[in-house]
Design a protein around this ligand. Structure first.
Ligand SMILES: [Fe+2]
Length: 388
């Protein structure tokens, strides 16, 4: 255990059904009169987006839409957004949607007044503080899924097409001034996306609890996030209009993102290369990997997950938690194997090599070697989890 740490997590959240009507007030108090409304193309055509923009306009605010965003956003999306921001003389960003729109919106606000290129401020190279903090535009985030938790965090993932890797963008001022978390906005989300995004949130909670860094506040948040997902995902799966259930999932997503500032691990380290090589859904890929990674980490996390099992109403044992996780995946249609995501074995070596150099790898509670990555990958291909 690293018995030393830096802690930080204050983001204002206005949570609850129907609170999208407070968007103009929130935008004004963030200092904006003319926000750029950033969302993805598919979402821009849905009534929830047009209604949110209408709410802004009818309150006397100017706004314009930017929606040129890929599902896995790239640098060009950010650069086009910054051009739109400047062309419209915008004074802030409303980032509205799932992870891609939120990440691009936050990064547009970050880059709005910078002189350099985005990669000049690469987080993993320690360059983020070279950015001019006074030139970062204010941000309001509005999640419409319950998974990434990007609405609450200070980072974003943008794909670098030259290296085919997702790069981390970070700055403390990329944190939203306010989050409007209205579960009504997630009601129309297709069932597979509801499950996939919830698996992402669950992976954030499980991985942040698993990692050995010292952060008991994050641990507590992760444990409650796990409970909310176990109790509410099956309800929302069988009744997509369950606003209360969707509200709990939206909370759990934000909690996962608060928790994962502590660290993540092998699920995300493996999921990143699988996603970039096979274009699989990030959350669903995490959902596939979860039991195999838990099993691989068992020696380091057995006691923690026995406590979690007791907390969520199961026998106090690691095996009870693993069994419940397998059942949750089964009842909500999460594929059991990577083969079902059309991942093929010929990329086995490449995936393992990319996984061990992923930034999440060193955060895994047991040393994440290439051998372990290959072992987890093989189990996830064949569906081999030790009988729980
Ligand atoms: Fe994730």
């Amino acid at each position: 255990m690293h018995f030393q740490a830096n802690w930080s997590f204050p983001t204002e959240v206005r949570f609850g059904a129907g609170r999208i009507v407070e968007l103009p007030e929130v935008v004004r108090s963030a200092g904006m009169k003319n926000p750029l409304f950033v969302t993805d193309k598919a979402l821009s055509q849905l009534p929830i987006s047009t209604r949110a923009m209408d709410i802004l306009k009818s309150a006397g605010l100017k706004t314009a839409l930017f929606c040129e965003i890929r599902p896995n956003p790239i640098l060009q999306n950010v650069e086009d957004g910054v051009s739109a921001f400047k062309a419209g003389a915008h004074d802030g960003v409303v980032a509205f949607g799932g992870g891609s729109a939120l990440d691009v919106g936050k990064t547009i606000a970050f880059m709005a007044g910078q002189k350099g290129n985005l990669w000049d401020y690469d987080f993993l190279e320690g360059l983020w503080d070279k950015a001019d903090a006074s030139a970062i535009a204010p941000i309001v985030t509005v999640p419409t899924t319950a998974g990434t938790g990007s609405e609450i965090g200070r980072g974003a993932m943008i794909t670098d097409l030259q290296s085919h890797t997702k790069r981390v963008v970070f700055h403390p001022l990329m944190r939203a001034k306010t989050v409007v978390a209205d579960p009504e906005l997630s009601v129309g989300l297709p069932r597979t996306l509801t499950v996939g995004t919830a698996m992402d949130a669950l992976a954030h909670c499980i991985e942040s609890l698993s990692t050995t860094y010292y952060h008991p506040m994050c641990d507590a948040i992760a444990v409650e996030g796990i409970r909310l997902i176990f109790e509410n995902l099956p309800k929302v799966y069988s009744n997509p209009d369950d606003i209360e259930g969707r509200g709990h999932l939206m909370s759990a997503a934000a909690m996962g993102a608060v928790a994962f500032q502590k660290g993540m691990g092998a699920v995300h380290a493996l999921s990143h290369p699988v996603g970039s090589l096979f274009d699989t859904h990030h959350g669903m890929t995490n959902g596939v990997f979860l039991p195999y990674v838990l099993q691989a980490n068992r020696s380091a996390v057995e006691d923690k997950f026995a406590r979690v099992a007791a907390y969520i109403g199961l026998d106090r044992s690691f095996d009870a938690f693993l069994k419940a996780l397998l059942e949750l995946r089964k009842t909500t249609g999460v594929p059991h194997t990577l083969s079902e995501l059309k991942v093929t074995v010929d990329k086995r070596d490449e995936i393992a090599e990319m996984a061990v150099i992923d930034s999440c790898g060193p955060e895994n509670p047991v040393p994440f070697t290439k051998e372990l990555a290959l072992n987890i990958f093989d189990n996830a291909m064949t569906g081999t989890v030790r009988d729980a």
